[in-house]
Design a protein around this ligand. Structure first.
Ligand code: SF4
Length: 285
């Protein structure tokens, strides 16, 4: 039985924002039903303890999120969520009342990425800060993410970071502690920086050089229709490995396409066209 560090299960690919850094998806939009969630999550459970409830989409939009969290808890999953932060007030009681939820990551960079410059940044931030405090008080972890640092292609994508940081300094006077994983603002509350990354895209030019990636090695993704993909970045389902409604994960992982991806990376080669266009592999060069 292949064990994985985590599995991404997309509970919806619908989002209430349209951030400039997000490629969106051309796939059919939809929500995973509670029955579908039970089936897919049960099939993932023998392979991992950690379930991430997203791939694309805003998970807090799911109308039956409470039922899904109960199912995840019944299966003994440790649940991680990433949200754009716009629905935290409405979903706070549900998230903090779920024993399964361990960590909520808030993509604070989505405010600017959604053209929010000059609008109610303060109100948005105060909502995120209030949630982070409540989450930490409930024994959860909450990461506020600024994944918008300038890379070669993204200069100027973070003009509001100064304002955001000064509001965080007021809210969490510190001292802040930093290590390689991020900055702890207060017990259970973190600030995570990252470069704005480029999503892999089949229309992009291929990258040169040797490749490595943890796709299928420590993670797998499942789209809301049950399609298994190698990672959380395959937003279009360009590398479909099988459907988890029809085939067990063990069989899918040992199938020829998945095996080629896995063994290719062992030899420094990206066998899939999408992987040869994925900037994420630069992190491991
Ligand atoms: S190289 Fe990129 S697209 Fe391929 S499995 Fe890894 S993260 Fe996914």
């Amino acid at each position: 039985m292949r064990r994985l560090r985590k599995a991404y299960l997309e509970i919806t690919n619908v989002c209430n924002l349209a951030c400039d850094f997000c490629p969106g998806t051309r796939r059919v939009l939809g929500f995973l039903s509670p029955e579908g969630f039970r089936t897919l999550a049960s099939r993932l459970r023998p392979h991992t303890d950690y379930l991430y409830l997203h791939l694309m989409g805003e998970p807090l939009l799911h109308p039956q999120l409470g039922v899904l969290l109960e199912e995840a808890d019944a299966l003994g999953f440790r649940v991680m969520l990433t949200t754009n932060g716009t629905l935290l007030r409405q979903r706070e009681a549900l998230l903090l009342g779920s024993p399964a939820v361990e960590k909520v990551s808030v993509s604070v960079h989505s405010f600017e990425g959604n053209g929010g410059a000059g609008e109610d940044l303060e109100g948005y931030l105060d909502g995120c800060i209030a949630f982070a405090r409540a989450a930490a008080g409930a024994g959860k972890r909450c990461a506020l993410r600024l994944w918008n640092l300038d890379g070669a292609e993204t200069e100027g994508a973070n003009r509001q970071n100064g304002q955001i940081l000064s509001r965080l300094r007021e809210a969490f006077p510190g001292p802040w502690r930093s290590d390689r994983r991020g900055t702890t603002l207060a017990p259970g509350i973190y600030l995570e920086f990252g470069e704005k990354f480029q999503w892999p895209d089949l229309s992009a030019p291929e990258e040169e050089g040797r490749r490595f990636c943890y796709g299928l090695r420590d993670q797998v993704g499942v789209l809301w229709d049950g399609t298994v993909v190698p990672c959380c970045l395959d937003h279009e389902g360009d590398v479909p490995l099988g459907n988890l409604y029809e085939t067990s994960l063990e069989e899918i992982l040992s199938g020829p396409r998945a095996a080629a991806i896995y063994h290719g990376f062992s030899q420094g080669e990206a066998r899939e066209a999408l992987c040869r266009r994925c900037a994420f592999t630069r992190r491991f060069q």
